[in-house]
Design a protein around this ligand. Sequence first.
Ligand code: 5RP
Length: 234
Amino acid sequence: MTSLIEQAKQKAAYQAVDEHVLPSHRVIGVGSGSTVVHVVARLLQRDPELNAKTVFVPTSFQSRGLLLDGGLNVGDVDQYPDIDVTIDGADEVDSQLNAIKGGGGAHLQEKVVAEAAKKFVIVADYRKNSKILGEQWKQGVPIEVAPFAWRVVLVKIQNMGSKDAKLRMAVAKAGPVVTDNGNFLIDAPFGLIQDPANLLKDIKLITGVVEVGLFCNMAEIAYFGNEDGSVAIR
Ligand code: 5RP
């Protein structure tokens, strides 16, 4: 049986695809995570001929696999830097459409593919819909770091006020999580984030930081599937 959360993700994803992927579009960016699975399902369901005329730019190993499994054309962002629309999930979205991303550790590629698009659309379930970042997502801001620099960056992040910042470890503490780009991840809780753009700027200035999972002033619109089956649009 499909859970309410899964239904909510599906509703949001289907509506976003229906309203933002147009027949004229030739290059589509596809984000990462469990909500994006429904994006790809809807794309395939809506237009079985899609493959003949459209290229899809993935944002991770996971989304690349998803597209290939669907029999879709996959291209890299350096081949297709002009993307019509990118649709992606999020870990939390605030009332200004700023988002925390990187729960799956894919935010570097996700940000590049979102910035390469004319339009960036977020799809999520109701648990991600916040007024202020940090209200719901307690794991912290994901920060991708060069492996050799992780401890230096961690100390600086802790000194910035994120006392509980830590290196993301793989299951059973087998070692650090390694991103698709060969880097490590720090998760840095900052409580309620009143000024995400400023925090983003401050973290990015730390040498050794590759990318920060704060997406500020990037999304044009967000779709949140609700528990009652409705979809909230912001
Ligand atoms: C991965 C991401 C995902 O989009 C985010 O974690 C949301 O995932 P899900 O749709 O599974 O809730 O940013 O880096």
